[in-house]
Design a protein around this ligand. Sequence first.
Ligand SMILES: Nc1ncnc2c1ncn2[C@@H]1O[C@H](COP(=O)(O)OP(=O)(O)OP(=O)(O)O)[C@@H](O)[C@H]1O
Ligand SMILES: [Mg+2]
Length: 289
Amino acid sequence: MSAPAPAPPPLLEVRDLELSIGGLHILRGISFDVAEGEFFTVIGPNGAGKTSLLNVISRIYRPTSGTVSFDGRSLLEAKRTALADLGIARTFQNLALFEHMDVMDNVVLGRQRLMRSGVLSGAVWWGRARREETIARQACEPLIDLMGLGDYLSRPIRDLPYGIKKRIELARALAVEPRLLLLDEPAAGMNDEETDELAEWILVAKRELDLTIVMIEHDMGLVTRLGDRSLVLDFGTTITIESPRAAISDPRVIAAYLGDESEEVDDPTVTGTIALKIPKRLAKKGARR
Ligand SMILES: Nc1ncnc2c1ncn2[C@@H]1O[C@H](COP(=O)(O)OP(=O)(O)OP(=O)(O)O)[C@@H](O)[C@H]1O
Ligand SMILES: [Mg+2]
């Protein structure tokens, strides 16, 4: 009998990550793997270190120590500008679109790494830059269709509803043609309906484009619906890595979210709710202390 095939190496491998900035110890001994095709989520109260972790992976912050590997290569030796070439794209916690530009202009910015003359020189509109600009726009059309943005093409970004803007931001990250997509609170500021809709678009993108996703999110409904596993951070340390459903019922996770408030809960019905699920009121805003 032949031996079982060895497990494939993880796409993203984070080991013993420490991050200090200005004397503040932000991340402490963080280690985790993300498998190719996995939907990995990062949760935890406000200030837990979630965005800082994403900032280390996307080379915005240099860790004090530890390693980050992507597809077997050290990311910490790669230039930040090379991340897109490696196949990593991200969105930001706060909406980061160019409001005066239209949908296509914003999405096509994601393809800058694939254009030798760049989008800005493309704006000059002649020679090679013009040809590249045309090719980039054509290449973005299927993506705009995939993300259901075709109806908004001619509308200035600033006039569009918030949920559509967040979807445009997602499309711009997808224009990088990433293997690994990093999402920082994609549902922040959205109502339940917008969040449900966004969840569908994220799933479409993941399925159609074979993505591996690392998503930070406070909306526990979204995390349990989409995520395969959750890394829970609190004060820069790992509380647990487990399935999202297990995580939201884990007393250590609930205590982290409730902070000092947990001592104030003496109504047994309220305590029962908390033991089952982090109350939405707290989870939405990532409450703590
Ligand atoms: N550049 C920086 N300089 C100083 N402190 C920082 C810096 N970046 C992050 N921090 C601090 O590190 C801690 C973690 O911040 P981070 O933004 O990573 O938290 P978070 O988990 O993303 O929180 P939230 O849910 O509110 O977005 C906070 O105390 C924050 O003030
Ligand atoms: Mg954050």
